[in-house]
Design a binder for this molecule. Sequence first.
Ligand SMILES: Cc1ncc(COP(=O)(O)O)c(C=O)c1O
Length: 467
Amino acid sequence: MIGSPPRRLPAGLGPGFALHPGPFHWCLINRAMTAIKGRERCHPLGAPIAMQTHSDDLLFRYEQAVNPGLARVFRFMGLESVEATGYGAILVDEDGEEYLDLAGGYGVMVHGYRHPRIVAAAHHQLDRLGQSSRVLLNRPMVELAEALARVSPGDLTYTFFCNSGAEAVEAALKLSRAATGRVQWVSTNGAFHGKTMGALSVSGRRTYQDPFEPLVPGVTQVPFGDADRLAEVMNEDVAAVIVEPIQGEGGIIVPPPDYLGRVRALCDEAGALMIVDEVQTGMGRTGKLFAVEHSGVVPDLLCLAKALGGGIMPIGAVIGRPAVWKVFDEQPLIHTSTFGGAPLATAVGLAALKVTLEDKLPERAERLGRLAMAELRALKDAYPEVLTDVRGQGLMIGLEFPSAGLAGALMAELFQRHVLAVYTLNNERVIRLIPPLVIGDAELGRALAEISSAVASVAVYANELEE
Ligand SMILES: Cc1ncc(COP(=O)(O)O)c(C=O)c1O
């Protein structure tokens, strides 16, 4: 139970774990783990450890059948529990241990695990039709598209459905080329838009890009939040500027308040489209249904995924303005997806959207985010050697540490307290807090208390951890 989590770190993960002088370096995986050196249960690249429990067994099988490298990371971090079920903000493993989930499935779990009204909608639709014939009309798809048009800003009117965030970004990039007849894109350093070729090409981390060169040509990157630099690279060849309202995987970076408005103006001046990637920020996360609403900006294309699936179904969507959709007038099949808009996924998406609005989840994110931010900033003031920044909007909060090692240590400390939190993919010095928006007030209070206790523990051995 969460009320009585184990307080001690496992062998090799305690405060002294970084003191071993061993030469172990696992730089390809992540720098934080290199700080957790000499751990007894860790052994160099790959020999499987003995199977003792059913979770060890599954990790071994995962290593054999899915991803050996990631299996080693799981083992290295002591993440050997097997998820079994969940409710609200609580994830439950196969041994019945409960974890307070502040990682929220990397943004998928806005509505929490197994939200009853979303589960009911899934059952209802599953008993009728899961996938589409793609020959006859599909009612849930049309209803979700209409609902998205009603709730999205300005004249965002039409929706293309797909199955993931990266696919939504691919669609937006392709549509921008087709609609403008131009070939270049501008994106931002540190951005994360997914790992398909197009999405990867506009993302901002060499680690994920270099092995796949040559990327899609025609991409220029500028610093995020810097509209002056953007102005310097805009020209009549730019099809679109793609930007996250708040960089998620880049380290929860909130741009200056006038940034999106200036991006909009620069796009208009150059005749380029503005693509806003709300895959992580959408569905209430930042205190508004869509994060662009904070700045009153209407993009030409808005990408959604993650939480639109209500924590149950994979789904992606691009919502676009009429001028862009002329592309489909001319060639209706110019961009398609067999699974995109499936009845089950869109019925669930509709239920997820209804729950978001009826339960006022954006307002909840705004209120709880303010409370959390105030406490976390006080914690930063108390432990400036451990916590160098606290930032975010709504319930999308980043905790920045002086090194990836310290961030990793905090993650391990939290896990020992049965609290789940993870790095941002493009910045390992930042731990993101993106809990389900249905998290209870008391649960959030407990999460903050555990973070505070974990930071205090890390502070004891902070200066012994190397960069
Ligand atoms: C802003 C943003 N865009 C796109 C993606 C890619 O989404 P997916 O993993 O569903 O392809 C992510 C995933 O984290 C994201 O955060």
